[in-house]
Ligand binder design. Structure first.
Ligand code: WQD
Length: 356
């Protein structure tokens, strides 16, 4: 599904954290949907591999790239002064759950300050549409599954998850406080997309997940084990109250996730929002267990993975997956790629990295 920019004058989207895993895939889809994009990143958690891949995929080597730290208010303001920004997609944040437990000040400082600067610049430059990268982690260990956008947000189980909840509330409050502004300061409209578990890579294998150091997340650890960079995958817990004893997650293909961002930006820029602040679950609606994902990875890629069962990882929820009806209906978006194709793309990307 491609959502074309709906008028002759190209709208421009600022993608903060745009050189990262999700940001680079979203940049590709935005450009292919006819939007202009400005990529801003401080390169603290990535290198230029994915941004170079974006240029190859889109055939565009004129994509503006601005190296800034969104925690620096003056830099963010200058960015908004230098470019007419119609919408911002804010990815720039630290995202390692375990690290956030060890270093809460670093996480609250970075994730909150960067977003506050984006919001303040959006307001003081005539208003803007802000799309926030939120997470299913805000639901915690949900009592009722699948979760809808109305499901309660339970107390976060990590500072990382708490920054997502706090930023959703900040966005909601700024939208409400700016609704009647006009002139040099303008209204901020907001959408929060609550992702489930993003996995996979672009079909070109030119962009993908590039974790620094030992991966926290499951799929990059799987592919690095398969390529020989890691000795053995530990499956954290097989004594959970699930069919095969391992945790259940809703693994959403990265390209499907990126297309959801285009649909959300189009909704904002085409004036289709029904409220000034909206929230959408972005998942597949299909729960998959860790063990299922491992065996599917082996089958679809024709290999044997070295793994063992290990103790549970503190902070993990047993199960979470999305009710996606609202995004399907309101965004006209639905996850399309099969988990098998996604796992094949993850492996193709890992092999591409090994060839570099
Ligand atoms: C998935 C499952 C692990 C690694 C977090 C954030 C979410 C999003 C994605 C940032 C769990 C198991 C993992 C391993 C394993 N944000 N696992 N062995 O924790 O569901 O979600 O990351 O990107 O906001 O909350 O993702 O991939 O870490 O874990 O068995 O080596 O895989 O126990 O059950 P998670 P994950």
């Amino acid at each position: 599904m491609t959502t074309m920019a709906n008028n002759s004058e190209k709208k421009r989207v600022l993608v903060s954290g745009g050189a990262g895993y999700i940001g680079s895939h979203v940049t590709v889809e935005l450009i292919e949907a006819g939007y202009d994009v400005v990529v801003a990143d401080n390169m603290s958690n990535c290198d230029m591999t994915c941004f170079e891949g974006v240029k190859k995929i889109t055939g565009r080597d004129d994509i503006p790239f601005v190296k800034i730290d969104c925690c620096d208010a003056d830099s963010v303001n200058k960015l908004f002064s230098d470019y007419r920004i119609d919408a911002v997609i804010h990815f720039a944040a630290f995202k390692a759950v375990g690290e956030s437990v060890a270093e809460p000040i670093k996480y609250y400082r970075n994730n909150l300050d960067s977003f506050l600067n984006i919001l303040e610049a959006s307001k003081t430059h005539g208003g803007c549409n802000v799309l926030f990268s939120s997470s299913a982690t805000v639901y915690g260990e949900a009592e009722k599954l699948p979760v809808t956008e109305e499901s309660p947000r339970l107390p976060a189980t990590s500072p990382y998850g708490n920054t997502k909840q706090i930023c959703e509330d900040i966005l909601r409050d700024v939208v409400s406080a700016t609704a009647s502004l006009s002139g040099s300061e303008g209204p901020v409209k907001g959408i929060a997309l609550r992702y489930f578990n993003p996995i996979g890579a672009h079909p070109s294998a030119l962009i993908g997940e590039l974790p620094r150091g030992v991966p926290n997340n499951l799929v990059p650890f799987i592919t690095q084990t398969a390529i020989g960079k890691r000795e053995c995958l530990s499956i954290f817990g097989n004594d959970y109250p699930t069919e095969d004893g391992t945790c259940l997650r809703d693994y959403i293909d990265i390209v499907d996730l990126a297309k959801a961002h285009v649909a959300a930006v189009s909704r904002m820029l085409d004036g289709k929002m029904k409220k000034d602040y909206e929230i959408f679950n972005i998942g597949t609606g299909r729960p998959v267990s860790v063990y299922e994902l491992v065996t599917k990875f082996e089958k679809v890629n024709g290999l044997k993975l070295n793994y063992k069962f290990a103790p549970r990882r503190p902070g993990d929820v047993v199960a979470i997956w999305a009710d996606t009806a609202l995004a399907n209906e309101e965004l006209g978006w639905k996850a399309e790629r099969s988990v098998e194709d996604t796992l094949a793309s993850a492996w193709a990307w890992e092999k591409h990295l090994a060839e570099k």
